[in-house]
Ligand binder design. Structure first.
Ligand code: FES
Ligand code: FE
Length: 373
């Protein structure tokens, strides 16, 4: 008996998809500026007056916490002559956000509060020149934003995709990442196209080659099947492994919401376009992917633990080190691949082996959004 597999599941995208600035522009427009993007962790904006700026597609987006406690998002553009309002990645203001160019000042709710000589400018309708709002949702303790004029349903896209991968809508919420504390954050500046990073995360064909520490903890990964390959599958810890740590030593206590059948298991989900979540019994790891150029992507990775663990000053190093090494190994592989994307050897792309066929679905999703390559 022969098995028919459609060609789109066997071939990768051509090299140009990873190097052509015109393709990248279309991805920014039809993927990152059209869908919900996980922007910042809500707890990073705990105090009223706090703000963060984040790159979403080709826009700088400003997320604020106002006096009323509400989170809001705006385009980080002054309505007067277009100066970037906040140049820093984060900050805190007392009264409002003051443009460094001519000192127009906006409230944390985006309203134009003051401008020099505003009373002598009767032709400027103050209410018409507030900051431009961006749609915002809070989920899993993160602020998700969408630049589209009419954002797609959050439940129908982000939540549905996470639920579909885990086979259970509540599975990821059971870890209650929004109630956890940030133990460590590492920002990786990766010299590779964002799709190489997503594709890498989706497969485990490379695990036996480049992830010795991870396969020691999760022996089934040596077979090459990623957790994302199945629906609702948690990879079991190996016999003798006590915790999800770099040497298999004990981690911390099980998070309160984690069910018995989730214990001693690792789950991984990808929420398109650029969020990877790893769930293990005592912590959650969440990656956010920010494409900056066709060959450059920033990945921000948070390790989240029970608040008591972080407050106690416990040594997190063995726990963090495991996935930090995985990240470094993965990103080195992506950076090794990127230069070859412009080689004539890769003009027509490469091959997806059977354990990678689900990457073909990702490619179909991207090309479905941006049109033909
Ligand atoms: Fe911002 Fe003029 S550009 S006040
Ligand atoms: Fe990997």
């Amino acid at each position: 008996m022969t098995t028919q597999v459609s060609a789109s599941l066997i071939a990768t995208l051509p090299g140009r998809a990873y190097t052509d600035p015109e393709v990248f522009e279309r991805e920014q427009e039809h993927v990152f500026e059209a869908l919900w993007v996980c922007a910042v962790r809500a707890a990073d904006l705990e105090r009223p007056g706090a703000y963060r700026t984040v790159q979403v597609g080709r826009e700088s987006v400003l997320v604020t916490r106002a006096r009323d406690g509400a989170l809001r998002a705006f385009l980080n553009v002054c309505r007067h002559r277009g100066a970037r309002l906040c140049a820093d990645a984060e900050g805190e203001v007392r009264r409002g956000l003051r443009c460094p160019y001519h000192a127009w000042t906006y409230g944390l709710d985006g309203k134009l509060l003051a401008a020099p000589n505003l009373t002598r400018m009767p032709d400027v309708d103050r209410s018409a020149y507030g900051l431009v709002r961006v749609a915002l949702r809070e989920w899993l303790g993160y602020v998700w934003v969408c630049l589209a004029d009419e954002p797609p349903s959050f439940e129908g896209t982000v939540v549905a995709e996470a639920a579909e991968r885990l086979g259970d809508a509540a599975a990821v919420e059971r870890y209650r990442p929004g109630e956890l504390a940030l133990g460590r954050r590492v920002t990786y500046d990766v010299r590779a196209n964002w799709k190489l990073i997503v594709e890498n995360f989706m497969e485990c064909y490379h695990c036996a080659t480049i992830h010795p520490e991870l396969t020691d903890v999760l022996p089934e990964f040596t077979k090459g099947f990623a957790a994302q390959y199945y629906v609702g599958h948690g990879a079991a810890f190996g016999d003798g492994v006590r915790g999800f740590t770099v040497d298999g030593s004990a981690g911390f206590g099980r998070l309160p919401g984690v069910a018995d059948d989730q214990d001693r298991r690792y789950y991984a989900i990808t929420v398109k376009p650029g969020v990877f979540v790893n769930l293990v019994p005592d912590h959650v790891i969440l990656h956010r992917v920010f494409p900056l150029a066709v060959d450059r992507t920033v990945v921000e990775c948070d390790w989240l633990y029970a608040p008591g663990v972080v407050a106690s000053g416990a040594d997190l190093s063995k726990s963090v080190e495991l996935f930090h090494r995985v990240n470094e190994q993965d990103f080195a592989a992506c950076e090794r691949t990127q230069p070859a994307m412009s080689s004539r050897a890769y003009r027509h792309g490469g091959v997806l082996v059977p354990t990678e066929h689900h990457i073909g679905l990702f490619h179909a999703w991207v090309t479905g959004r941006i049109g033909s390559l």
